[in-house]
Design a protein around this ligand. Sequence first.
Ligand code: GLN
Length: 189
Amino acid sequence: MNIGILALQGDFSKHKEAIEAVGHRALLVKDEATLNQCDKLIIPGGESTTQLLLIDKLGLRDPLINFGRSKAIMGTCAGLILLGTTREHLPAEPLKLIEIEVKRNAYGRQVNSFIDTVHLNLDGDEIDFEGVFIRAPKIMSIGKNVRELGRHRDEIVMAANERILVATFHPELTEDYRIHRYFIEKIGS
Ligand code: GLN
């Protein structure tokens, strides 16, 4: 499969490594023509404000929204913020492809970044996963079409609707590719 990775800003190269490690082709997406060659897309972590400004500057907002209406997208950390429904502290509306209310930088500053085990339930498959949280957002609430896929303590840290998968942490920063595999094999297909 051709898995696109939005490569405007942030840690897209780690997602590229993960996609190649699980045997798929990774395309770095900076324009609509490349997006059109992709079967699925990843929006990486980084700085959601910068990524959103670049999306609008490069005319990618409508192409991304249209992509997400028929194909699967995974957003990690800043990518989750862009896919959610909360505008607060963003320079423009997010893409609103998944009904989640989000709070940016909800654990505090950079020094409050941490690694801890998260508990996932991937369609009945219960696993522990190393969650890398870097100035992470929190999911404050999920809509009725959204299902919870993982928790850290009392917090929902991973969720999905039919085509959109989001995580507040960074699965690409571990060498455990189960979440990437789950996205490719199970979401939107
Ligand atoms: N704090 C960043 C933001 O609000 C997200 C951090 C990340 O992607 N690791 O955009």
